[in-house]
Ligand binder design. Structure first.
Ligand code: SAM
Length: 278
């Protein structure tokens, strides 16, 4: 049984020392060893039995073990070649359910590698986490190729993703994550859970695609939020001046141009984008 073979693998700390996987700061390496915590992350997307998971940065394979243990097939992209032998052992123990791509996740065609309907689950390297998220959320096709995102971020970034209006965390990332998706903070993770511990706390975010509002061009929404939050202290009549049609849209929607970006709901941003298009 592969679940037993995975459980019988040596502890992660031993794997790290056997393969000399000293943590690289440049690669954002903060490893998780706590099996219960890793299983908890793997449960966030729901049952993974028979599902495909795309994982960025498996490292020595802690989260990968939990995903395979939950019955998933895993396609994982890892930039650090030192991790490959440990991951090969894990592939063998899982009965061939792990495929590792050696390379940079920013350059991999994840949709082609993992296939439509895959869940994305990752303890992301902090230096590329937001870029990957923006890429996944910005998919031209909607619903996108991925079924859900379960991602560990620095807590401050997680808060920006799920932020509500009238808060300092609310901005472009919140609108991007919420206008056609449901974004929730699953739980926070104390910095001491990582080896080595990072300076800040972390949190797991769970995002699922929702219906895309009709007659809205993503590019219009992006232009409006960029302008509005680019000058977030200014009134909309000033910050949106550079976006053709935006001030007329405010008038048509009876949105007070003296308001500031952070007071607008996601629905109001969507309505402005739709009105500009019309
Ligand atoms: N998944 C492991 C865990 O939870 O213990 C490791 C997580 S660690 C925060 C981030 C991992 O991403 C490291 O293994 C690092 O080598 C890898 N990584 C960093 N940049 C990457 C990139 N551009 N593409 C793919 N993997 C990357």
């Amino acid at each position: 049984m592969s679940a037993d073979a995975i459980r019988a693998l040596p502890p992660l700390r031993e794997v790290i020392s056997r393969y000399g996987l000293s943590a690289s700061k440049a690669l954002g390496q903060n490893f998780l060893f706590d099996g219960q915590l890793l299983d908890r992350i793997a449960r966030v997307p729901g049952s993974l039995e028979g599902e495909t998971v795309y994982e960025v940065g498996p490292g020595p394979g802690g989260l990968t073990r939990a995903l395979l243990g939950a019955g998933a097939k895993v396609v994982a992209v890892e930039r650090d070649r030192r991790c490959l032998p440990a991951l090969a052992e894990l592939d063998e123990a899982s009965g061939g359910r792990l495929r590792v791509i050696s390379g940079d996740a920013l350059e991999v065609d994840a949709a082609a590698e993992a296939g439509v309907g895959a869940h994305i689950v990752a303890n992301l390297p902090y230096n590329v986490g937001t870029a990957l998220l923006v890429n996944w959320l910005g998919s031209e096709a909607w619903p996108p190729w991925w079924r859900s995102l379960t991602l560990m971020f620095q807590k401050e970034v997680a808060e920006r993703i799920v932020a509500a209006p009238d808060s300092s965390a609310y901005g472009r990332l919140a609108v991007l994550a919420q206008w056609r998706s449901t974004a929730k903070l699953a739980f926070t993770v104390h910095r001491s859970a990582f080896v080595p511990p990072p300076k800040v706390m972390s949190a797991v975010v769970h995002i699922t695609p929702a219906a895309q509002p009709e007659d809205v061009r993503p590019a219009d929404l992006e232009r409006i939020t960029a302008a509005a939050f680019g000058q977030r202290r200014k009134m909309l009549r000033q910050s949106l001046k550079s976006v053709p049609g935006a001030l007329d849209a405010l008038a048509a929607l009876e949105i007070d141009p003296q308001r500031r970006a952070e007071t607008l709901s996601v629905d109001e941003f969507v309505a402005i984008a739709r009105t500009i298009r019309a």
